[in-house]
Ligand binder design. Structure first.
Ligand code: MTE
Ligand code: MOS
Length: 774
């Protein structure tokens, strides 16, 4: 298989020919949809008046909750999210009214004429206040093994602490967008930028009060999702559908960047409390965590995200006595949602902090502590939730990256540099990632496809996943081509469409190609079996049902032949013409469900993950002690993707995920004011990484010769999220650099993100501590 087939839309992205929602051609009846949202974080809606707004020329509809024909509800799991606010608003950015107008200007004019009378209420805007007020989103969760409290009492050393990790904006290039066009009768076509077309379909049907077989959701490509369109693309879809239904015209909503940032949820901020017991060698005896997540105003995916965080507080380390409790707190902010890593980063940051602190306490290099605590291959290999870490690659990756990154040598050079330089300090850190692959809600681990072969020998694959830039469609094209033994240019991957493949799961949890790839293989096997039987008959094979005859018929290089009788050979295209004449069906659905997984959420025990993806990174930074500014000098990454389906795409995913993680760890800081207004709502106040921020020397490698031993498609591994968390190496390298200010004698205080401000304040505090001033 060609493992460097270029990304299918690469040229289209550059020329502008790749079609996004905004590029779909619609007739001149197209109306512009506008969402009017709450300006209060918490308030009663005493009254509103839409009459003046409705009079504006060019305005076709102004809707409130009263105009919703179906249910006023768009909660994806828990039904606690209204489509349009009724009596109360619970965050700034909550949708209240919808406007459809011929032009944007008319819509804005109408918006100004809407009269609303609010009665402001006290908002809850942070986790601490929510905790004080007991504002829980739902019951706490707990996972436990061994005897934590007793071990903490007897452990040679105990450290306690707290870690704050920040929210993060998805910053997809295409903001939330949806176009709706009515069909005949109740039919509605929804062109959405959603990671979860089936859920979008279900919710549109629900708000319109129609059935799901009347709603077709289509997704050609998403201009980046990163989890932000797993549930929250449903919102714009429901709003567009309501306007489309009310006006009987096509309606498009494409949020402005600022509105998108104000209205949609982010990565959950966490406040984590911990206590760890360890010995003189730095071996972990017991760890106790309390995770507190800021859920925002509604449940959304908060509990699944909390769960993944709780399942990743071990990261790569074996802890015999472990307890992790988790709570989601309800605040008056937009409902926080999925974002790359899905709680994993928050969980891993907590244990990596602990490891770093132990190293500083024992005055050892953190890699020593890491190495000592890595999961073992034969023993010390059971997680706190009872899953055995099989096919552990931590040691092979560690050995390779320690050498390729020249860790020991650079550690010495950095120490020398730091003694010679007062105003610049360098820092170095290695961090590992062990990321569980599968949705932890087990039934979601399923995928369906529909594969059609046409009589000109071309193949059309419809699968349930969505293409959001991660290269899923290119991988699917390669998989289908390899299974049929035809060149990839014969295979086209269709837009995802709920009428072709129903009841799909979201494209998330990094498992898009794992699951859809296997379902494609399943469908193609069905079609190949039909073709093989027919060809065997045509070629006068005796027992056409005998398995060996079927397996002797080979699909390769655009031909089909009998390996026992090489003269029996037909081109793939001729064979398809022949099959059609013989009345053989050349179309099949395919299905896949991940085997052998399942766990008890209540007990917190079992096997939630099919396998683990591993990776490690070594990062080196230099810090300007007088300004707090840092530069990422070099990052080495070694990532396990099993046997790569497409190396170019996989390396792109590693680089992209790492850089997005870098943003979370360093410059991306979300701030709200005391009234719950988002202060960082545009690129001038919210800093995502740019080309200036990527490592000056960036060395990304995929682990070689380690195909995935569990039965994944072509022995590959998921790649979309795991490398995100490798950016923790930068965060801890910065901490290491700061600590050099005090010659590593005193530990700096530290939180995440390590913004310029955090770094500088941390340096100043450290200097005072060293001088004995505090
Ligand atoms: N890569 C790009 N370019 N754009 C994206 O939106 N989303 C990430 C990751 N890589 C994303 C991306 C997230 S959050 C996930 S879960 C996976 O891709 C989803 O796709 P996959 O399951 O096919 O890997
Ligand atoms: Mo990814 S956060 O699972 O969409």
């Amino acid at each position: 298989m060609n493992t460097i087939l270029p990304y299918d839309s690469a040229v289209g992205h550059v020329t502008g020919e790749a079609v996004y929602i905004d590029d779909i051609l619609v007739n001149e009846q197209l109306l512009v949809g506008r969402v009017v949202y709450s300006l209060h974080a918490h308030a009663k809606i005493k009254s509103f008046d839409l009459s003046e707004a409705r009079k504006v020329a060019g305005v076709h509809a102004v809707l409130s909750y009263k105009d919703i024909p179906g249910h006023n509800q768009m909660g994806p799991v828990v039904k606690d999210e209204m489509c349009l606010a009724e009596n109360e608003v619970t965050f700034v950015g909550q949708a209240m009214f919808l406007i459809a107008a011929e032009t944007l200007e008319q819509g804005l004019e109408a918006e100004k004429l809407i009269k609303i009378e609010y009665e402001p209420l006290e908002p809850i805007l942070d986790i601490e206040t929510a905790m004080l007020k007991g504002s829980l989103m739902g019951p706490p969760r707990k996972i436990e093994c061994g005897n934590v409290n007793a071990t903490l009492k007897t452990a040679p050393h105990v450290i306690q602490g707290e870690l704050r990790t920040g929210a993060q904006e998805h910053w997809y290039l295409e903001t939330q967008a949806c176009l709706c066009i009515l069909g005949e009768g109740k039919e509605i076509n929804v062109f959405s930028s959603t990671q979860h077309p089936s859920e979008t379909q279900a919710l549109v049907a629900e708000v319109l009060g129609i059935r799901r077989n009347e709603v077709i959701v289509e997704v050609k490509r998403i201009g980046g999702g990163f989890g932000g369109k797993e549930t929250q693309a449903n919102h714009v879809a429901c709003w567009s559908a309501l306007l489309c239904n009310a006006t009987k015209s096509p309606v498009k909503i494409h949020l402005f960047r600022d509105d998108d940032m104000i209205m949609t949820g982010k990565r959950h901020r966490f406040l984590t409390k911990y206590e760890v017991g360890f010995d003189d060698d730095g071996v972990l005896h017991a760890v106790k965590f309390e995770l507190n997540s800021d859920g925002g105003a509604a449940t959304d995916l908060s509990f699944a995200i909390l769960e993944r965080a709780m399942l990743h507080t071990d990261n790569a380390y074996y802890v015999p006595n472990f307890s992790v409790e988790g709570r989601v707190w309800k605040t008056n902010l937009p409902s926080n949602t999925a974002m790359r890593g899905f709680g994993g980063p928050q969980g891993m940051a907590a244990i990596e902090t602990i490891i770093d602190r132990i190293a500083r306490f024992l005055k050892k290099d953190a890699i020593e502590i890491r190495f000592k605590n890595f999961y073992g291959s034969k023993d010390r290999n059971v997680t706190h939730y009872g899953q055995t870490v099989e096919n552990n690659r931590l040691h092979v990756i560690f050995d390779q990256i320690m050498k390729s990154a020249e860790y020991e040598k650079r550690r010495k050079e950095i120490a020398d540099f730091n003694t010679q330089n007062e105003f610049f300090k360098k820092g170095l850190a290695l961090t590992p990632v062990k990321f569980g692959i599968s949705f932890t809600t087990t039934f979601l681990n399923q995928a369906g496809v529909l594969v059609n072969v046409y009589t000109d020998g071309t193949v059309l694959v419809n699968h349930g996943g969505t293409e959001m830039g991660q290269g899923l469609n290119t991988k699917i094209q390669q998989i289908a081509a390899a299974e049929f033994g035809v060149s990839p240019d014969r295979v086209k991957v269709n837009a995802t469409n709920t009428s072709k493949v129903p009841n799909t799961s979201a494209t998330a949890a990094s498992s898009g190609s794992d699951m859809n790839g296997m379902a494609v293989k399943n469908a193609i096997e069905t079609i190949k079996e039909r073709i093989s039987k027919e060809l065997a008959q045509l070629w006068n094979e005796k027992d056409v049902h005998h398995p060996s005859i079927l397996s002797s018929i080979i699909f390769k290089d655009n031909f089909i032949f009998d390996s026992d009788h090489p003269e029996r050979k037909i081109s793939f295209t001729d064979a398809m013409v022949q099959m059609n004449l013989c009345q053989v069906s050349l179309s099949s659905t395919g299905f896949y469900k991940t085997p052998g997984i399942g766990w008890d959420k209540i007990k917190g025990h079992g096997k939630p993950f099919y396998y683990y993806s591993f990776g490690m990174a070594v990062s080196e930074v230099i810090i300007d002690i007088l300004t707090g500014q840092h530069t990422l000098l070099r990052t080495d990454i070694l990532q396990d993707v099993g046997k790569s389906i497409n190396e170019g795409i996989d390396i792109g995913q590693v680089e992209g995920a790492f850089i997005q993680g870098l943003g979370w760890c360093t410059t991306e800081e979300i701030k709200w004011d005391s009234k719950g207004n988002l202060m960082t709502h545009s690129p001038d106040t919210y800093k995502i990484p740019t080309v200036q921020d990527i490592p000056k020397d960036f060395r990304v490698k995929l682990l070689e010769d380690n195909p995935n031993p569990v039965g994944t498609i072509r022995r590959s591994k998921a790649i979309g999220e795991p490398p995100f968390m490798l950016a923790l190496s930068v965060w801890l390298a910065i901490k290491d650099g700061i600590s050099a200010v005090g010659n590593h004698e005193v530990e700096p205080e530290f939180s995440l993100p390590a913004t310029n401000e955090v770094i500088l304040l941390s340096i100043e505090k450290l200097k005072m501590k060293v001088r004995g001033a505090i």
